[in-house]
Unconditional design. Structure first.
Length: 294
């Protein structure tokens, strides 16, 4: 989204190396970290961005937790143990969806609008380097994603008494899933920012992609309820693997029997997220432009 807090500056379409070769690294880093503050202020001053990318998973977790509270626990074993509330079941999906919304939807629409409205082109008239620009963007994504994760977990515990993992290895798993997931989603967001042809079409182009992925990846619907062919289609995209990894963190271990391979397949989770990270990086390098193509 176009952030009013970002200075009105110009950027040329010159390749990145020539723009920064004469710049000093400490200055670039200082400007980049300062730009994180500008990006964060611009983000939180945009109500629609805050609601639909930062608060939306929290709102949906509250709706699902209340709406399905009367259905009882899901995943109860034959001996009557092992079940979790619907709020606990939906928590890992909302965590994964939050990374998608912040990393893909927010970044893609933000960059697309800045490019279409001429912000990126005008950035070239200031000392701000392209590296500093992306440090600001990535820093904003990281800070907001961490804040959203903490808010989701706190809300689940306070409002629905969701029990959190107690084993340190599960929190370490959450850490690498979060790191790998947010980097992959951010790079895909940069790549998808090339699709919209104008600032007005940015949301219309990006939002359907994001919604579709959430519906087929076990975020809004229980993944085991989807037809097997649709589960196979979802397996081609990163959100399915990120949601599966998050379920391995927050749900009891016997829930893995509901997965496609009756296993958490954490090796495949890491492999697929890593592959999409590389795909996002390559597409970003191939498609990103400082100016809108005519």
């Amino acid at each position: 989204m176009t952030n009013d807090a970002v200075p009105t500056v110009e950027r040329s379409s010159a390749p990145l190396p020539s723009r920064v070769s004469g710049a000093r690294l400490p200055g670039i880093l200082r400007a980049g970290f300062a730009n994180i503050g500008f990006e964060l202020r611009g983000y939180f001053r945009t109500p629609d961005a805050v609601f639909f990318t930062f608060l939306f998973p929290l709102v949906l977790l509250g709706i699902f937790g209340v709406a399905f509270q009367s259905t009882g626990e899901v995943g109860v074993l034959d001996d009557g143990t092992g079940g979790v509330t619907m709020a606990a079941y939906y928590l890992p999906g909302m965590v994964a969806a939050g990374l998608l919304l912040i990393g893909v939807q927010n970044l893609a629409t933000d960059i697309a609008r800045e490019r279409s409205d001429g912000w990126l082109r005008r950035l070239g008239g200031t000392p701000l380097s392209p590296v500093s620009y992306f440090i600001g963007k990535i820093g904003m994504i990281l800070v907001t994603a961490l804040a959203q994760l903490a808010l989701l977990i706190a809300f689940a515990v306070v409002a629905f008494q969701v029990e959190l993992p107690t084993e340190p290895k599960l929190w370490l798993r959450l850490a690498w899933l979060f790191g790998l997931g947010i980097v992959a989603m951010a790079l895909l967001g940069v790549a998808l920012s090339a699709l919209p042809r104008s600032s007005r079409s940015a949301t219309a182009v990006i939002l359907p992609i994001v919604l579709l992925l959430q519906f087929i990846s076990g975020v809004y619907l229980q993944f085991s309820m989807l037809p097997e062919w649709l589960q196979q289609v979802a397996s081609l995209f990163p959100l399915k693997w990120l949601a599966q990894g998050m379920r391995s963190v927050f749900l009891p271990d016997h829930f893995k029997l509901q997965e496609l391979g009756e296993s958490w397949d954490l090796g495949l989770v890491a492999l697929n997220l890593g592959a999409w990270l590389v795909v996002g990086l390559v597409l970003s390098l191939l498609t990103f432009r400082w100016q809108r193509r005519s």
